[in-house]
Design a protein around this ligand. Sequence first.
Ligand code: ARG
Length: 566
Amino acid sequence: MDFKLEIAKLLSGQFTDLSLEEILSMIEIPPNPDMGDYAFPCFRLAKILRKAPAQIAEDAVKNIEKADFIDEIKNVTGYINFYINKSVFAAAVLSELLKAKESYGQSDIGKGKNIVIDYSSPNIAKPFHVGHLRSTVIGGSIYRIFKALGYNTIGINHLGDWGTQFGKLIVAYKKWGSKEAIEKGGIKELMDIYVRFHSEAKEDPSLEDEAREWFAKMEAGDEEALSLWNWFKDISLKEFNRVYKLLDISFDSYAGESFYNDKMDAVIKELEEKNLLKESEGAKIVDLEDANMPPCLITKKDGSSLYATRDITAAIYRKKTYDFEKCIYVTALAQNLHFAQWFEVIKRMGYDWHDKLVHVSFGMVSMETGKLSTRAGNVVLLEDLLNEAISKTLDIINEKNPDLEDKEQVAEKVGIGAVIFNDLINNRIKDVVFSWDKVLNFDGETGPYVQYTHARASSVLRKANVDIDSLDIDYSLLTDDSSIEVIKLIGQFPEKVKDAADKLEPSFIARHIVDLAQAFNKFYHDNPVLVEDEKIRNARLALVYSVKTVIKSGLYLLGIAAPEKM
Ligand code: ARG
């Protein structure tokens, strides 16, 4: 039962000047339950009806026919406050959950629509560092959220596997690299020779020319150049895949920047034909001065392509291939200008789908101790960080619950979950300061806290050992404050999932399940579950089951596992 809608219907009988949609959009949930479960502000109506808001509310309260599901309707300073009958409310929310079970919160509003999500997208031969973590987990979560709403989601890892840096890497390899060292040291070794290239090129600028030549060879399809490039790519992917495995992330496509090599010429030609290209010191650009942006570089003076060229080409390709409803790019805030520029180019090319391109940006991660820097070599590698999270969690388990079965597996789920949750609990635009004490705190607003609450609920259900479907539940036994608080949060979950998709904000879900975990722990403290009285026990078990289910689904949408025991 959709109470908001039912109330809107009651109100629309009173206020014929407003449409049902308008009324629905005006109904609020009061911040304080003393003010009712839903409230309708009458201020906007004052003008239309030429009456004071308080008068409008008072008249409405008199005239609205009180439906069964409502206990009370009150006029409070220009608001009409509705108090839902608690038993009816508990029954409506929980019976829906008990019917839908793990699919509670899912829907099919996205049926038949494609959503492309470009995320993670690390650069070949560069370390997968803590900064990439954000793109990976935010994108991974957005992927799951849209999927839960019935969209057909296409996750793309737009690997940074093309560009002049590979010319540099080839030169560096030929001068100072060895096959054995790279096979052994992986990305770290590639990185070292790349860093060396930069310091040596300062003394000897001719190295830069050599690098340009090698990249030109790559673009021309030179076999030696391409086989080295391919090998760098294999080495890098091996390491990336280890991280994806830990994070339980997968992609539908690994079409990276190089995939567009043979597709860019046509796009450059199209830009020319549409009179969008200008020459500037030998380079070709799209002038964006009238949009108050620096020009978008399309080709360099040696004819080579750029990051933006490949993004423009990729977008056109994706539109053709996937006919997307939205194409989402998850990258750091630092790339705002890049996306604004080439989105504008797409618009000027006359593509009306330019407004379906969405840049989802996020703030920076810093470590509480030390910095994250690629150049200086003191970069914190994501894989090391994740492994450290797992081993620190194992230490905590060994201390708190040494007899736990499958300790290693649980430590992995909890350690990784802690890192992901820490990343998703705040609005994505906020910077994240990474502190081990905070991330692994079992009592804070953390992944372990939520997972622990889930394990606690699971344990109660295990002890009760009942078939939840066969319980006869008297919902009027769940009308105390702490039960109702939990049930409210359960009832809001489906809406939160939709909001998270609308705003591309996984934090809505993270925040919601922390709130639910806290409300549940209060409920659990106030209401013993496994009591003698069967009616009370059954009702409370239904609530425990519902909490467990919502927390599990919420964690899943964030990309986090929910162990049964901790
Ligand atoms: N490889 C880029 C980086 O590490 C991110 C790519 C994002 N996706 C895109 N289509 N530009 O900064």
